[in-house]
Ligand binder design. Sequence first.
Ligand code: KG4
Ligand code: ZN
Length: 359
Amino acid sequence: MRILGIETSCDETAAAVVEDGTTILSSVVASQLDTHGKYGGVVPELASREHLRAIVPVVREALDSAKTCLGDLAAIAVTAGPGLAGALLVGITYAKALSFARGIPLIGINHIEGHIHAVLLEATREGRAIAYPAVALVASGGHTHLFEVREGFAYRLLGKTRDDAAGEAYDKVAKLLGFSYPGGPVIDRLAPLGNPHAVRFTPARMKGNPLDFSFSGLKTAVLRWVEGHDLAGEIERRRELLRSTPRPSVAQWMAVTPRRTLDLLASFQRTVIDELLRRAAAAAEKIGAETLIVSGGVASNSGLRAAAAEAGLPYAVLFPSPDLATDNAAMIAAAAFPRLMRRERDDFSLAAQANLPLA
Ligand code: KG4
Ligand code: ZN
């Protein structure tokens, strides 16, 4: 059973063909980095325009490289939310058109459930059974959520960020310091070169739900540190580097980044990782989890992966491979497979839902 997945919730136009929920026959991701990079964040209007340009060739490439024609498809899965409304609409409209023209079942998928399925897909493919209940930590540029996951893909929200998402904190700190967008990958590569204990940031204390996150205080603390240390010169040198070299290497970044700034990045990253893992562990303890699933763009962070491995947690900890951690359409097709098996489908009233909850 082949499912075509389509994902346009943010700044990646993606399409994939996945067989039986586990075998990725193709996965095409067209990034809009060159469009948004110079603004240091995603510009919604530009995202919609770029999706419109890319959607037809990206879907065609996914079908071609999977040696699949529309007639072979058992379903078309498309991200219905959460995400940017205009961006979601491009994928949904195209999915509906294909579905209508060829009479192929349409299945709307929650983007966050997609991120969780990125991990389930790989585990199933490798023949590893997931022990439930599980806790899923989904951390990306748009969300930082903790869910309880039960057998049969039932979800319960345990906690979420009250302000910035973890990836958003990376992106904002990178922008503030003159690094490239998105901030996660560059900070991930530079943080190991600094001392993670050099700058002390106070962990966020949450009133109410202790499983909620907050990252805006940390971002402000980094801003205060920068203001107190006269970094204007080096920030300008990094911005200059970015103007002349769209994708600088680690060595090029290091040439314009003094030790104290590497220490700042290392300390920032350590704080984010501590916050994520501390609450994930508390959530796992609360529900007696047998498995911790970590997914979303931030799950590709090497420091987070190492810290989770070193923590010696008393349950399985599963990360997706890096390609499946960031936005892609294979995870959307995989999430649709159990729904297809249950004969669930959507009709043409399927709408873009910018704040679609997962419950
Ligand atoms: O899941 P994703 O591709 O898109 C959203 O749904 O938001 O996640 C993108 C986010 C960005 O904020 C990016 O900075 C962050 O994930 N990210 C990382 C890393 N790679 C991407 N954050 C930390 N370390 C990384 N290696
Ligand atoms: Zn995402």
